[in-house]
Design a protein around this ligand. Structure first.
Ligand SMILES: Nc1nc2c(ncn2[C@@H]2O[C@H](COP(=O)(O)OP(=O)(O)OP(=O)(O)O)[C@@H](O)[C@H]2O)c(=O)[nH]1
Length: 344
């Protein structure tokens, strides 16, 4: 029998794999369905909250740090309950975990909420095809995360050749033989997939990677060290504009240990003042997007995350990015805009 409960889908995947891109894609193509979003980010500024651009049925910021450790289970259950109240008219709730959260802990939190108005809708795990080998070699726990996924999205496949996609698919299936695997670019998945697993679970007869009982039983087992144990972050939040050349240099040659950099920046130059630049770096691959401040006050917010990051040195490096540069350096902006992506 199908129960009327709102599916709660957990969206996980390592830093920069494409979770926010996927979330925005699903929101954009939700086709009238209302999706509530909970976003968790590791740095002290929730950059992902700024980057969720689609039309959602409400976006909730979760505590900074990894929600698997910093979010109070009672508050979390209450948030879900409020979002799932009939008046909100939501069709699904999506939780975007930080890139170094423990998916299993998040799934347990959803299950522990034990509300009749929600149903666990499965774990969607995003893999970065361009960085999979490197990140798994450095963080072997990632294969455990992958193993409990209900759906694996192998993203950024256009960055590798077809033979590499096949090889990655084999590696992913070794970790998780039963979850459907979707090779995609720019996280372009069919939004319906976010509703199907929930229906399967609500009717209680679908195949699962781990049964609920198995997951909850593990409460009595010693916890493995969480992935984020070795990670650190540094953040900058200021009204000051960036020096574009310094920023480009920072993105291209990140501080030691930095794997992920993201943020929105203010460029105080004629013809650039009205543009909200989003800057991203994943494992050294830089991307800049141009948006609008849309009534927001232009400002600079940047977060750097990495294992073995020297947070003090990273913060100093961030401060240098907003130090005024050479006023005669009229071409400095080109060092940033050459990473600009247009039309995607
Ligand atoms: N080339 C390429 N870039 C992509 C693709 N999908 C996402 N990106 C870019 O990769 C970067 C990271 O994407 P996000 O969606 O922010 O990744 P995330 O998993 O939410 O990142 P964290 O929340 O920091 O862990 C952004 O610059 C995206 O535009 C893709 O399929 N191909």
């Amino acid at each position: 029998m199908t129960t009327r409960a709102i599916p709660v889908v957990v969206l996980a995947g390592f830093l920069g794999a494409g979770k926010t891109t996927l979330l925005n894609h699903v929101l954009r193509y939700a086709d009238g369905r209302r999706i509530g979003v909970l976003v968790n980010d590791f740095g002290s500024i929730n950059i992902d909250l700024l980057l969720v651009s689609g039309q959602s049925g409400g976006t909730v910021d979760l505590a900074n740090g990894c929600m698997c450790c910093t979010t109070d289970a009672g508050d979390f259950a209450e948030t879900l309950e409020t979002m799932a109240a009939p008046g909100t008219g939501l069709d699904a709730i999506l939780i975007e975990a930080s890139g170094i959260a423990e998916p299993k802990a998040l799934v347990k939190m959803v299950l522990a909420a034990r509300s009749a108005s929600i149903a666990y809708g499965g774990l969607v795990y995003v893999v970065d095809a361009a960085n999979f080998d490197r990140t798994v070699a450095e963080h072997p726990q990632l294969t455990d995360h992958l193993a409990i996924a209900d759906l694996v999205v192998c993203n950024k496949v256009e960055m590798v050749d077809a033979a590499e996609v096949d090889r990655l698919a084999d590696r992913i299936r070794e970790c998780n033989p039963s979850a459907p695997l979707l090779p995609v670019s720019h996280a372009a998945v069919d939004p319906d997939l976010f509703f199907e697993p929930a229906e399967r679970i609500a009717t209680d007869d679908g195949p699962r990677q781990l049964t609920f009982d198995e997951l909850l039983r593990e409460d009595t087992e010693p916890e493995h060290e969480h992935l984020h144990g070795g990670f650190d972050s540094a953040a900058l939040d200021t009204a000051s504009p960036v020096d574009p050349r310094r920023l480009a240099r920072f993105l291209e040659r990140p501080p030691e240990g930095a794997y992920r950099i993201k943020g929105t920046v203010f460029v105080d130059l004629p013809e650039h003042r009205d543009i909200a630049y989003t800057v991203q770096s994943v494992g050294g691959f830089v991307r800049v997007d141009a948006g609008s401040w849309r009534g927001r006050t232009p400002a600079t917010s940047l977060v750097v995350i990495g294992a073995g990051l020297d947070a003090v040195a990273a913060r100093e490096a961030l401060d240098r990015v907003v130090q005024p540069g050479d006023r005669d350096d009229t071409n400095g902006i080109l060092s940033l805009t050459r990473h600009l992506i247009t039309g995607s």
